[in-house]
Design a protein around this ligand. Structure first.
Ligand code: URA
Ligand code: SF4
Length: 257
């Protein structure tokens, strides 16, 4: 067995230890109650969400520092999502990367606490990170396509994602990540400007404004769609291998003329 496979096996063990391999058991009893085989939503029940309002998608000049950017996002009213939020959820983690994980938008717990991915899907995300040896705050920054909670946890509208885009772009520019991981379709659509299925985007490196992007399933989707967890694990190994490649010093970094 080559050392790479061995490493992956060690990681598999690690993944089990951290509960990534079993995290879906949380959703299993509820899933069994669905005779159709359709998995239940991991998010809270949806009460007729308020539709998207017109948004301001005009370009905006933003401060190139974290505190300035944070202050602007806190008071932002560029789209209708500002109306029902308790607070904008800016993002959290390692401000110089090298990893940047991008989700969809805050849910109820994130809206309450002010940090991304603190609910059930956040636990799974942390386990996914741990499974490849990462820790939020130390190696990874975590942000969302929209910073304010969509009512009823509906999918953010394209216009809302566009209104919020300058903030994510500014975060990307400050972090200068070695690799961005798009979590789910909304993040992939926003970063790659494509309607392509998530399945067709996996296993490849894409580019977003010069930064490499890998795509995988959203943790909330994984909580309710058990078979996809193995694929997410493949995606994480792929992303980790690419990160090792991108982070390795290149000949000209070693002072070659
Ligand atoms: N889902 C997301 O996409 N982002 C969060 O912050 C929480 C749940
Ligand atoms: Fe502003 Fe983004 Fe919140 Fe909309 S979602 S109000 S654009 S911070």
């Amino acid at each position: 067995m080559d050392s790479r496979s061995l490493k992956e096996l060690e990681l598999l063990e690690l993944a089990g230890l951290y509960g990534f391999a079993q995290a879906a058991t949380v959703a299993r009893p509820a899933a069994a109650a669905q005779p159709s085989g359709q998995a239940p939503l991991a998010r809270e029940p949806q009460a007729a969400p308020e539709p998207a309002q017109p948004a301001n998608t005009a370009p905006i000049t933003l401060p190139a520092d974290w505190d300035g950017l944070r202050a602007i996002v806190r008071d932002c009213t560029r789209c209708g999502l500002c109306r029902q939020r308790k607070q904008a959820v800016f993002g959290v983690g390692a401000e110089r990367g090298p990893w940047l994980f991008v989700g969809e938008g805050p849910g109820a717990e994130e809206d309450e606490q002010g940090d991304p991915f603190v609910g059930q899907s956040g636990k799974l995300l942390d386990n996914m990170l741990a499974a490849i040896g990462l820790k939020r705050g130390r190696d990874a920054y975590i942000a969302n396509v929209v910073k304010c909670r969509p009512p009823g946890n509906r999918t953010p509208a394209l216009e809302e994602a566009a209104a919020c885009a300058p903030y994510l772009d500014a975060q990307v520019d400050l972090i200068q990540p070695k690799l961005i991981v798009a979590l789910g379709k909304v993040a992939a659509q926003r970063l790659l400007n494509t309607e392509a299925s998530l399945a067709s985007l996996r296993g490849k490196i894409h580019q977003y404004r010069g930064y490499p992007v890998a795509v995988t399933y959203h943790p909330s989707y994984l909580l309710r769609t058990l078979p996809e967890k193995a694929k997410a694990w493949e995606d994480l190994l792929f992303a980790r291998a690419k990160m090792l490649e991108f982070a390795a010093p290149r000949p000209h970094d070693r002072g070659a003329p």
